[in-house]
Design a protein around this ligand. Sequence first.
Ligand code: NAP
Length: 253
Amino acid sequence: MTDSASRVAVVTGAGRGIGAAVTARLADDGFAVALLDLDEAGVKKGAEAIVAKGGKAVGVALDVSDAEQVEAAVGRVADELGPPVVLVNNAGITRDNLIFKMTEQDWDSVLGVHLKGSFLMTRAVQKHMTEQKYGRIVNLSSTSALGNRGQVNYSAAKAGMQGFTKTLAIELGKFNVTANAIAPGFIATDMTAATAERLGMGFEDFKAAAASQIPVQRVGTPDDIANLASFLVSEGAGFISGQVIYAAGGPKD
Ligand code: NAP
């Protein structure tokens, strides 16, 4: 990246959980950050906290699966902060159920947010990256891509994120744009708390049971993922592209 290139990062699903931690970390790394999320109050608060610490940030409400909202949000980020050169496709939802009980809506919603949302966001942001001849894309996959009971929709989406990432790496490499996927194992956030609730377990018991199966004997934190994202979007990671990095405290979840 040349000195004149912008240092603007966009993170989706930045209102809480992993996205909030990634955003805070990228702001500490010196990026001006755009926090995008369905939850307007969450991203406004997150952006204010970054500005209060002396950083540059803007919070924008959008649904990543809506093409018009995505185009408008990315346009606003470019106008207010400058052309984005980092994109973290992190927004996500679960609608878990065994296949015989899964509805079309459960399927469409999950594929719509993870896959279509990442496609729309990347299509909008890559214009700026290719113009800048620099870019870093990080997509959130999951160990569920390898298969997970009750998550046929989510597993398909997260496996899809891996193929999406590899193809972006092939198409955009000549513009000095890299694309990599992070596949987290169990990370303690509202998403895993909701899974515990669905299974009728207390969150602490659920985390302890998960930790006992993980080689490092603990569950992950949003900061574990933010640390890896920070590296993958750095200039020093420029020869790493099209990779899926499992961050799961062991070789799998
Ligand atoms: P989370 O706490 O549930 O946060 C997800 C965020 O995405 C929320 O702020 C949510 O907004 C936002 N979002 C959902 N749908 C959206 C949409 N259509 N448009 C814009 N924003 C939307 O989840 P998390 O645990 O931090 O997960 C973040 C990412 O990591 C997801 O892609 C997830 O699949 C992946 N992941 C998580 C784990 C884990 O163990 N937690 C493991 C592997 C992968 P609202 O607050 O308004 O709903």
